[in-house]
Design a protein around this ligand. Sequence first.
Ligand SMILES: Cc1cc2nc3c(=O)[nH]c(=O)nc-3n(C[C@H](O)[C@H](O)[C@H](O)COP(=O)(O)O)c2cc1C
Length: 223
Amino acid sequence: MNVTEAARTRMSCRAFLDTPVPEETVREILDAARWAPSGGNLQPWHVHVLTGEPLKELLDSISPRFNTLPLAEGAEYQVYPAPLTPPYTGRRFKCGADLYASIGIPREDRPGRYRQFARNFEFFGAPVGIFISIDRLMGPPQWSDVGMFAQNIMLLARDHGLHTCAQEAWTFWHKTLTAYLELPENMMLFCGIALGHADTEHPINNWRTERAELDEFAVLRGF
Ligand SMILES: Cc1cc2nc3c(=O)[nH]c(=O)nc-3n(C[C@H](O)[C@H](O)[C@H](O)COP(=O)(O)O)c2cc1C
């Protein structure tokens, strides 16, 4: 698969098959992802990968507490600016509306939406859960480096016929995760990435988000 194909076919997969992903595949993905660029070559990413029993143990420790959603343990960082302004508000609203519509959850069905939100904390059924953390002393440039690293993982997953979903939602369980992953105090969890084989039959994987046209976000001169 070439890079264009990987970028075009990557999407946030929210229903996975339970087909396992071999350790060798995960290692190959991470081994290539580490060649992501970073300012000053700081390589500010730190990764924990769980599957099998350790993943089950973590998810089982969280699921009895789903009734505390959406706040759970409270986000450790602000996921979206408040207040969000146009055009971002409209994009966020449409993405959420289309997602819930794809699985027949009407906007007013709050318990239904919470149930779907809770699927985040089952990694949407993925057999592999990746957690990415960053040293608290790092600032926006290094967070952007970590984003590039995460995108490498997601594109490389495509090259292995796999799909992913980046998940900031995991910040809502940051206390549990810090303890479970034994993160030192200086480390902050950024996100999770679900990794596995897509359930291509599931309606939640059968809609696509939209993008602004190129001329809406890019200015090209001198061509
Ligand atoms: C850093 C990051 C965090 C995200 N967190 C979540 C999340 O917690 N739960 C979720 O369902 N989707 C999450 N997403 C997926 C976005 O909603 C998705 O990328 C966006 O709507 C565009 O859709 P696409 O990925 O299918 O192209 C996240 C994406 C990124 C890049």
